[in-house]
Ligand binder design. Structure first.
Ligand SMILES: Nc1ncnc2c1ncn2[C@@H]1O[C@H](COP(=O)(O)OP(=O)(O)OP(=O)(O)O)[C@@H](O)[C@H]1O
Length: 614
């Protein structure tokens, strides 16, 4: 049986990072995806790629007919040759233009569909571990870079089939002079082999240097984006960032350059072998085989085209291989998302009767050497306002993340009215949560939407948004905006207003108050940027509201409000206070009980109270 720890940690469960699916099933899967997105365009694109091959590869035949017609003074043959040449010229241009247009449309549409597919797959995983774990991040970062080019794979595949058809026709023409001349194609095989090796080894190197690639991009973003700009300047980090980025860039680039030089040498050797065989074929046709002028001209033309078509087939095969790698990553993500998809089938209660219970819950972040929470057991009664306190790193936010089902406990369990939280579908559970987190995000949207996304269905409901704004004490922020709730937020947008950190935090808090009928309200230091007095006043109103809601017929969902704060003047209002220390729950009780207990809470409260009195 799989343990909770193994569910959280796929590597512990024996899931190797190197397990990418094999090429052929991947190719079939990608073609199915493209076919589902664009069923007609994919067929038309393929047919055009094949049709385009015909006029191109028949040039040598028309030239041979023309040359023989002049030698034999045969006007019918001359007409056929001329007509064929003209038809090939016009057909080549017409089909090329048409194929180009159709394929461009196909590429854009399939590209958009694939991007959406990748984003959807990532969102399908209920936990956020894959977005925090370096091994996964590196693989995802390469995939994100490649996904918008994945659509190239289909075109490369069609071009490869077109090139292979050209090659087959050309080999047929050459063999029509003498079957042994078909051997010419064998001499072109080393070029194909070198090309295919080149791309496989390039991909291996790319995978090896993926951490350096992510790091040099990160360093570039640090030096050029707005968010870190102030600290970068104050600490004078600019030159050292430039230097570090340069070093990391070289560490990323050098192995790739070395690999390219290595394979370039082999390519030169392979092409020399083919060139020697090509010259020999012309000489043999003219001398040993005593070929006509037309046949020699055909070997000259078809032979040179043969090398072109072989390199085209090999080049496109190379591309297919390259994009196949992206496609393999995509298949890996699909199977990862499939394995980690939420299979929970329980139903989230309409209202909480008993509450939430933690039974010997422990959790360690993947790769971390010490647990972030250990052996935590506590009852969170329905309708209660509960505060969580503790030093930095004690595990407060981790507790919030476990309750939000972003992670699964490594051991122990969390129950909601007696039902294991893991049995409740993450999405349905989260629909009944509202939260404001310390690492909130600045949604640079019109203010009404920046708040309203907290309850997507009501984002345009000005009354609901206004109410949430008022509950979060953000009225002053909105009042200060030139167009009120309609103001675009974020200075990089036209007419966009910039907010201070505290103002952004109030907007995030308002977002956390949009949802109705929630079962759990998580407030993870949502007011850390505000002054103590404002925070105190805000929490008084949250607590009053929570208590007023509790017991009110019709609107009572038994909601639990969980609040993390470092300010004890705020915390004391809660019905229950959890004190965490070094990842363990060390005290639980009301303010009065904990003060009477004279433990850690009483000590910390005393220190802060004395600080305020001074
Ligand atoms: N994504 C993560 N990956 C690995 N370790 C993490 C991650 N997030 C937190 N930790 C570690 O887990 C421990 C608990 O962190 P947590 O954020 O829960 O503490 P906290 O009590 O909320 O701290 P603070 O008061 O500073 O917000 C810390 O040692 C932290 O370094």
């Amino acid at each position: 049986m799989t343990t909770a720890a193994e569910r959280t940690d796929p590597i512990a469960a024996g899931e190797s990072m190197d397990e990418v699916p094999t090429a052929l099933p991947t190719l079939r899967r990608s073609l199915q995806l493209a076919h589902r997105a664009e069923p007609r365009l994919i067929i038309v694109s393929l047919l055009l790629a094949l049709l385009e091959a015909l006029p191109d590869s028949l040039f040598a035949l028309w030239l041979m007919l023309l040359a023989d017609a002049f030698a034999d003074r045969d006007p019918t043959l001359a007409w056929i040759g001329c007509f064929g040449l003209a038809a090939s010229g016009v057909g080549s241009w017409l089909l090329g233009t048409l194929a180009g247009r159709v394929q461009r449309t196909f590429r854009l549409r399939v590209g958009a569909a694939l991007e959406g597919h990748v984003a959807g797959l990532q969102a399908k995983v209920p936990t956020i571990e894959h977005q925090e774990r370096p091994e996964y991040l590196d693989r995802l970062s390469v995939l994100k870079d490649q996904v918008w080019q994945l659509d190239h794979m289909f075109l490369a595949l069609f071009s490869m089939l077109g090139a292979a058809l050209r090659l087959a026709i050309t080999v047929g023409l050459v063999m029509s002079v003498h079957p042994l001349l078909g051997l010419l194609v064998l001499f072109a095989l080393p070029t194909v082999w070198v090309s295919s090796r080149r791309s496989a080894s390039a991909q291996r190197v790319l995978e090896r240097v993926a951490p350096q690639e992510r790091r040099h991009r990160h360093l570039f973003a640090l030096g050029t984006t707005q968010q870190p700009a102030k600290e970068v300047r104050i600490w004078g980090l600019g030159p050292s960032l430039v230097e570090r980025r340069r070093r990391v860039w070289h560490a990323w680039y050098r192995p790739q350059a070395r690999q390219r030089w290595g394979t370039a040498g082999w390519q030169v050797v392979a092409w020399i072998v083919f060139a020697a065989a090509y010259v020999a074929a012309i000489v043999i046709t003219a001398t040993v085989l005593g070929g006509s002028a037309g046949q020699v001209l055909m070997i000259v033309t078809a032979g040179s085209r043969l090398s072109q078509y072989v390199s085209m087939t090999a080049g496109e095969a190379d591309f297919v291989r390259m994009w196949l790698d992206a496609s393999q990553r995509l298949a890996w993500l699909e199977s990862y998302a499939g394995r980690h998809a939420d299979a929970a089938a329980g139903s989230v209660p309409e209202r909480l009767t008993d509450g939430i219970r933690l039974e010997r819950v422990s959790f360690g972040y993947p790769g971390a050497d010490r647990p972030a929470l250990q052996d935590v057991s506590v009852d969170l009664p329905a309708g209660a306002v509960i505060a969580v306190v503790g030093e930095n790193g004690a595990g407060k936010s981790t507790l919030m993340k476990l309750l939000s089902r972003f992670y699964t406990p490594s051991s122990g369990r969390i129950t909601v009215d007696g039902v294991d939280l893991e049995r409740l579908p993450a999405e349905a559970w989260r629909m009944r949560l509202a939260g404001a987190y310390q690492d909130f995000f600045n949604f640079e949207l019109p203010a009404t939407h920046s708040v309203g996304v907290g309850d997507l269905a009501r984002r345009d409901d000005h009354e609901a948004v206004g109410c949430a704004v008022q509950r979060a004490g953000a009225d002053d922020v909105i009042a200060g905006l030139p167009r009120g709730l309609r103001t675009q937020l974020g200075p990089t947008w036209e007419g966009g207003a910039e907010l201070s950190f505290g103002q952004w935090q109030k907007i995030a808090l308002a977002r956390g108050f949009m949802r109705r009928d929630t079962l759990l309200q998580v407030l993870d230091e949502p007011t850390a940027a505000l002054d103590a007095e404002t925070e105190h006043a805000l929490f008084e109103s949250f607590v009053a509201q929570a208590r007023a809601d509790h017991g009110r017929t019709g609107s009572d969902t038994g909601r639990i409000t969980l609040l993390v704060s470092h300010r004890f003047s705020t915390v004391r209002m809660a019905d229950l206070i959890l004190v965490l220390q070094g990842s363990r729950l060390v005290e639980v009780g009301s303010h009065e009980e904990l003060i009477a207990g004279d433990g850690l809470y009483a000590e910390l409260y005393g220190i802060q109270a004395a600080g305020y009195r001074r």
